[in-house]
Design a protein around this ligand. Structure first.
Ligand code: AHR
Length: 503
């Protein structure tokens, strides 16, 4: 049995749970849009061609904000192609994923989808092949009421009311040599500043995200953030972070420690942003938008067998997620919560099919992947304030990070319910976690659920086959509260959520 001790106190908080932390991402990539959220010929399709099976699952998961329309896709996207009568919209090549974009799903369709889901839109503009003018034209189209060229065009296209989008990404991953229109930090910093200021002059209420590093291992990491913020600090509100993790052959220990990398990534970007703040004598703080994160088996081929260049909606990075992946996703959510005083926006990538929380088959069924469960639980149950967690855990040795805590934790408190999100990284041993509860007055377990392998399963089990519900949450029995200490016994390799209440 492995052990850990946690101490919590309602007076020691990180800050209020930022609701935008639980976002996702819909990119025009692979089958995320076409045969993902949109499939007019599907038996479940509604009047807008939206798959209602996927829509219902999306509502259950409940992403609070959804980034759109890319990703690498956005760096070659001409938004004018995606508006107006569908029969007039052009088929265009998407260089990023070497497929054909039909534009049958565009801005108005996404706005209608987002309203049905009940989520906020986070719109990205193309700063790869395009620039300031086109970004301003798009903002005029989406946010101005009427009486100007693009606001009147929107009305003529049948959208009477503005889409009123508050959150905007100034491009995507422009630090990456793979990005169409890849830039140096100086080139991008100037462009972000000029575009941001011009966009604000159209709608001062918008919030702007500057492109940060595509991963902590980028050769320009740190220098990129520092230079971009030197040039654009006054014009933006957030800087982005992107991170994908995968299990490399024979190294599950490092994979299970992915949240340690995410912790470091966040802390290093915060330090850099705050250094620029001091140097530039700025009063505002720049917060972080972790707007692409997930497990992604990047070392495997991206395209499925048989996919040809310039296919429409090809199968691209349709990773099937296991129990191990779900535990890692649970720990990544813990990392975001632990840093939620500065990471105030998050977007898991992506929503459907493409490294998706959900999977759907053309003409067939739709289901939740294993990783959807921790995402949905944290989105539903994290409430009130995030607590500082003082943790002392048994450790294991990892090659990249040295000693790593076996038990990973985060917690929230809303004056009635204390919610613990816990993971046991040990593959074979259960972990007993004692939680010293100071000043909460909670004395009973109101709910306790766990995701772990059950009989006949192992850590590689996915939801790809059968009824697509093999891996989910089940009751966690071994939880008690006695004399101000909660004790939770976590099965080997598991993720759990435990709620404690008064009386
Ligand atoms: O989410 C998949 C891809 O990952 C996105 O298009 C890109 O921004 C990132 O590299």
């Amino acid at each position: 049995m492995r052990t850990a001790r946690l101490a919590l106190d309602p007076a020691f908080t990180v800050g209020p749970v930022p609701r935008r932390l639980f976002g996702s991402f819909v990119e025009h990539m692979g089958r995320c849009v076409y045969t993902g959220i949109f499939e007019p010929d599907h038996p479940s399709a509604d009047e807008d061609g939206l798959r209602t099976d996927v829509l219902e699952l999306t509502k259950e998961i409940g992403p609070t904000v959804v980034r759109y329309p890319g990703g690498n896709f956005v760096s070659g996207f001409e938004w004018e192609d995606s508006v107006g009568p569908r029969e007039d919209r052009p088929r265009r090549i998407d260089r990023a994923w070497r497929s054909v974009e039909t534009n049958q799903f565009g801005l108005a369709e996404f706005d209608a989808w987002a309203r049905k889901v009940g989520t906020e839109t986070m719109m990205a503009v193309n700063l790869g092949t395009r620039g300031l003018q086109e970004a301003c034209d798009l903002l005029e189209y989406t946010n101005l009421d009427s009486g100007t060229k693009f606001s009147d065009l929107r009305k003529a296209h049948g959208s009477k009311d503005p889409f009123d989008i508050k959150l905007w990404c100034l491009g995507n991953e422009l630090d990456g040599p793979w990005q169409t229109g890849h830039k140096t930090a100086v080139e991008y910093g100037r462009l972000a500043a000029e575009t941001g200021m011009a966009m604000r002059s159209i709608d001062p209420s918008i919030e702007l995200v500057a492109v940060g590093s595509s991963s902590r291992s980028m050769p320009t990491f740190g220098e990129w953030e520092s230079t971009v913020l030197d040039l654009a600090y006054h014009a933006v509100d957030y800087v982005s972070c992107h991170a994908y993790y995968e299990e490399k052959e024979g190294d599950v220990g490092n994979f299970l420690a992915s949240a340690v990398d995410m912790d470091l990534f966040i802390e290093q970007v915060v330090a850099t942003a705050d250094a620029v703040r001091a140097k530039g004598k700025h009063s505002k703080k720049i917060n972080l938008s972790f707007d692409e994160w997930n497990v992604w088996y990047q070392s495997k081929p991206h395209h499925a067998e048989g996919v040809q260049p310039w296919d429409v909606a090809p199968r691209v990075i349709e990773d099937e997620y296991s129990i191990t992946d779900a535990v890692v996703v649970g720990t990544l959510l813990n990392s975001l919560l632990r840093h939620s005083d500065r990471v105030t926006i998050g977007a898991q990538a992506q929503l459907v099919n493409v490294i998706g929380l959900l999977r759907s088959e053309p003409g067939g069924d739709a289901w939740k992947q294993t990783i959807a469960h921790p995402f949905e639980q944290v989105r539903r149950l994290a409430s009130g304030n995030v607590l500082q967690v003082v943790a002392q855990s048994d450790k294991y040795e990892s090659s990249n990070f040295g000693g790593v805590d076996v038990v990973d934790a985060s917690a929230t408190w809303d004056e009635e319910t204390l919610t613990l999100f816990l993971a046991n990284r040990d593959l074979t041993e259960p972990a007993s976690v004692d939680v010293a509860l100071r000043g909460f007055g909670v004395d009973r377990v109101s709910s306790a659920k766990v995701l772990a392998a059950t009989e006949g399963q192992d850590r590689h089990t996915t939801n790809a086959t059968g009824d697509h519900q093999q891996v989910g949450l089940r009751p966690l029995e071994d939880v008690s509260v006695t004399d101000g200490t909660a004790t939770v016994v976590l099965p080997p390799l598991s993720w759990a959520v435990v709620q404690l209440r008064k009386g």
